[in-house]
Design a protein around this ligand. Structure first.
Ligand code: C2E
Ligand code: CA
Ligand code: CA
Ligand code: CA
Length: 279
């Protein structure tokens, strides 16, 4: 029996190498995480820098894993997309954000907008709009308080259907932002047809704009483009007051980044906001 066991072991080793096992374990854990309540939303403040006032918050998911600790989204969202789990996880994100919107409303933050990241699979799912509506109704939250962050590439795969779907969201009062704007080699002609409120200037351009003239030119161009299309811009990854000042001078009103705060759990967000408002 011992000898047979050893042979079996040798036989299976090359198939179940440690990377395969690691991924299988991660996938197994991920399938349980929703039922075990291991996901959390952290919120990063979004600031109107011209008024020095809060605009809203971006909801960013984290996975509190019993052994791995707090797992960042880049370590599990791609896998969740690959195996289709992003549909229920993404639904939970919207529901949790909707509940947080009503909590903040009750605390008097009436104008606050919460933005959520939407995956391509989620957006193109039939019935997505009615699901969002049902979730918002159940929480008692207004569409004006929710902003959907989409990427250029997921809209370009099927332009006409995307424009139609976005128009339905807009008609109901939802806000739409294009995330990581400038990184998708967007065809400019499509922008003018898209019912979008906000372009989010990708953080790579913000990071490099003081050392690299091309990045500054792109930042400046996106701001002017948005202005002429009647859209707003929000700069991501603002880490210093110099970057903030430069962006304000370029005409960018909204921004988020470590200069203001990283993403925080709701209780810490409220404490941050109280302190920042009293500064
Ligand atoms: P993203 O939507 O582009 O989010 C911005 C990322 O930059 C966040 O990382 C944020 O914490 C980080 N960040 C914010 N300010 C600064 C700054 O000043 N400097 C630098 N260097 N980074 C900053 P995070 O939370 O790890 O999220 C990574 C990505 O995961 C997100 O990129 C988004 O694509 C995805 N993601 C997060 N939450 C969700 C979700 O609920 N659903 C889906 N589908 N994707 C999500
Ligand atoms: Ca985002
Ligand atoms: Ca982004
Ligand atoms: Ca991104």
């Amino acid at each position: 029996a011992k000898e047979k066991g050893r042979n079996n072991y040798q036989f299976y080793t090359p198939l179940l190498n440690s990377r395969t096992l690691d991924r299988l374990k991660l996938e197994y854990d991920l399938r349980l995480a929703l039922d075990l309540g291991q996901f959390e939303l952290h919120y990063q403040p979004q600031i109107d820098a011209t008024k020095q006032q809060l605009y809203g918050a971006e909801a960013l998911i984290r996975w509190r894993h019993p052994e791995r600790g707090l797992v960042p989204p880049n370590d599990f969202i791609p896998l969740a997309e690959e195996i289709g789990l992003i549909i229920p996880i993404g639904g939970w994100v919207i529901a949790e954000a909707a509940r947080q919107i009503t909590r903040w409303q009750a605390e008097g933050h009436k104008q606050m907008v919460v933005s959520v990241n939407i995956s391509a699979l989620q957006f193109h799912q039939p019935g997505f709009l009615s699901e969002v509506q049902a979730i918002m109704d159940a929480a008692g939250a207004q569409p004006q308080s929710l902003e959907l962050e989409l990427t250029e590439s997921m809209l370009m795969s099927d332009m006409d259907a995307s424009i139609h779907e976005l128009q339905l969201f807009r008609d109901l009062g939802y806000r739409i932002a294009i995330d990581d704007f400038g990184t998708g080699f967007s065809c400019l002609n499509y922008l003018r047809r898209l019912p979008v409120n906000i372009l989010k200037i990708d953080q790579s351009f913000v990071r490099d704009m003081q050392s690299d003239e091309a990045s500054l030119a792109i930042v400046s161009y996106i701001i002017r483009l948005a202005q002429s299309l009647g859209m707003d811009t929000i700069a991501e990854g603002v880490e210093t007051s110099n970057e903030m000042t430069l962006l304000v001078n370029e005409g960018c009103r909204l921004m988020q980044g470590y200069h203001f705060s990283k993403a925080l759990p709701p209780a810490q967000f409220d404490a941050w906001l109280a302190q920042w408002s009293a500064r």
